[in-house]
Design a protein around this ligand. Sequence first.
Ligand code: PAZ
Length: 385
Amino acid sequence: MIPHTPSESPPSNLAALAEDHYFSANPPPKDLQKHIKLAKDFIEFHSKAGRRLVLVTSGGTTVPLEKQTVRFIDNFSAGTRGATSAEYFLEAGYAVLFLHRQFSLLPYSRHYSHATDCFLDFLREGPNGSVVARDEDAGKMLNVLRKYREARDKNMLLVLPFVSISDYLHELRGIAQLMKPLGPKGLLYLAAAVSDFFVPPERMSEHKIQSTDAVEAFNKKPSKPSASEEEETFDNFDSSPSVPRSKRLVVDLDPVPKFLKNLVEGWSPEGMIVSFKLETDPKILVHKAKYSLDRYQHHLVIGNLLSTRKWEVVFVSPGNPDKWIRIPQGGKLDDAKEAEKDEPLDPKSLPEQEPEAEIESLIIPAVAELHTKYIKTMEGKKLEA
Ligand code: PAZ
């Protein structure tokens, strides 16, 4: 990998203006300062130890429709990629700052949450009124418990939640800026499924959006349009002319500004930055990953398809051929060597059940290897200067 040299120049004026505007118009989450303090202490602790530290972002972001939010738009992500990756990063010796969507999967507890089994199903009554793990689950649970305890006891894992898209962006910016002292040993691994669209605050209703005109009636406004007014609420271009426009909820979303450029150039100019690209159409995946790399000039894009993301991903990085990483189709790592095919698998050719092996067990060592090269190159450059 040829690392992109961090640019000395500040982000272009437009990007800086968009940043100022977005962050002043969209209020920060109420716990931001508390999170920043925790993150600062955690980063300082590991920076002093000369340890590598990764910020893993995970899970979906909500798009609130109201300021006092009753309804919001969400996406599919449960945070499997992020939570699983965090465990393999810890195994590889990284300190992990895990920025995740509240109530999405967490490292270690993921093995017992969000499953079809309730966690109580893993337990049984033990002697003298105690509760113990069922015999068939005890071995794995002990293993997971030990790893979890070790991570916590050694202060290797800090878990911080977010909910909405603007919470996420405020947290990401604050934490990325704190990572500067880590230099190239800081890694940003952006696996969260971040919304591309949002309702800007100036168009967001303060209160719950109403579905009837009862409130207008209460406020003594004319509650029912006359027959002629009601006709006017239809138009010829309506796809559903049987429902008047006034009774529908038409959601009008703006694009979320793209802050990857600001992240690369301003917030964390020395860290290695890995983003994910999710697509559903296999024909455009690699093209979109390359486009993103080209546009934001960061270090690695990991492309994945919704339907095959647990089976294969593609690494797109500057100066390297695209590299597919795959779980062999038997679902186990020792079934076969990494498949040779240089393009996405046909989703129909894959078994219906999820693979037994976790693809993150292959992704993280490959990312860590690129990170090692990145650190060496950056340190070499510093010596030359
Ligand atoms: O959370 P999950 O494991 O179900 O999905 C992971 C993922 C597909 C959200 C992630 O691998 C990814 O591609 N994140 C970036 C998505 C994007 O904004 O393009």
